[in-house]
Write a protein that binds this ligand. Structure first.
Ligand SMILES: [Zn+2]
Length: 180
């Protein structure tokens, strides 16, 4: 008998998704397996779309927050900004379609120094919450969008349990405040 070929699987260092190993690109500073990054970019595949639900606008924020990478000026800034978007929508009644505005808001002209606004937040453990792989396995656009919203909420609540006061502080100072 010939043994059945079992594909090698690998665990994403960011979100913990277990996926068949594949070669391919990854993001410049978000730390993920190539398979996980391909799964994320696959959410934009027009042949296998999401449903166009409001929360679809936040998948990049959830992905970035679940793949924080290593401390560097870029990753510190990225994680802070994506967490502020999730905080704004899930805690402050911003609409998901305001996500771009929230992402850009900390970069507006201000008197505050641009550097060292944010600092590294030790990432929480993402064991047992949804990942992009779970979203991608949804069989229909509606199901994938439902899973995406659940994933987005779980990523935020996991981060919030560890760092809510700091993210709220940044959100108040760099997004809500008119006096910067
Ligand atoms: Zn991942």
């Amino acid at each position: 008998m010939t043994p059945t070929a079992v594909p090698d699987v690998g665990t994403c260092e960011g979100c913990g998704a277990v996926l068949p190993v594949q070669d391919g690109p990854t993001h410049r500073y978000m730390a993920s397996s190539a398979a996980c990054w391909a799964t994320f970019t696959g959410l934009s595949d027009p042949h296998r779309p999401l449903a166009g639900a409001a929360f679809d606008a936040l998948i990049v924020d959830a992905y970035a927050a679940q793949h924080p990478g290593r401390p560097s000026p870029q990753t510190i800034n990225s994680v802070a900004i994506h967490l502020m978007v999730l905080c704004g929508v899930l805690e402050h009644s911003f609409r998901p379609d305001q996500a771009l505005w929230v992402r850009q808001r900390p970069g507006r002209p201000s008197r505050l120094p641009k550097h060292n606004r944010f600092h590294w937040l030790a990432p929480p453990a993402f064991t047992s919450i949804l990942t992009v792989a779970d979203v991608s396995r949804g069989e229909t656009p509606a199901r994938r969008s439902d899973l995406a919203e659940q994933w987005i909420r779980e990523v935020w609540s996991t981060w919030a349990a560890a760092h809510r006061p700091q993210v709220e502080n940044w959100f108040g100072r760099y997004v809500l405040s008119e006096r910067v």
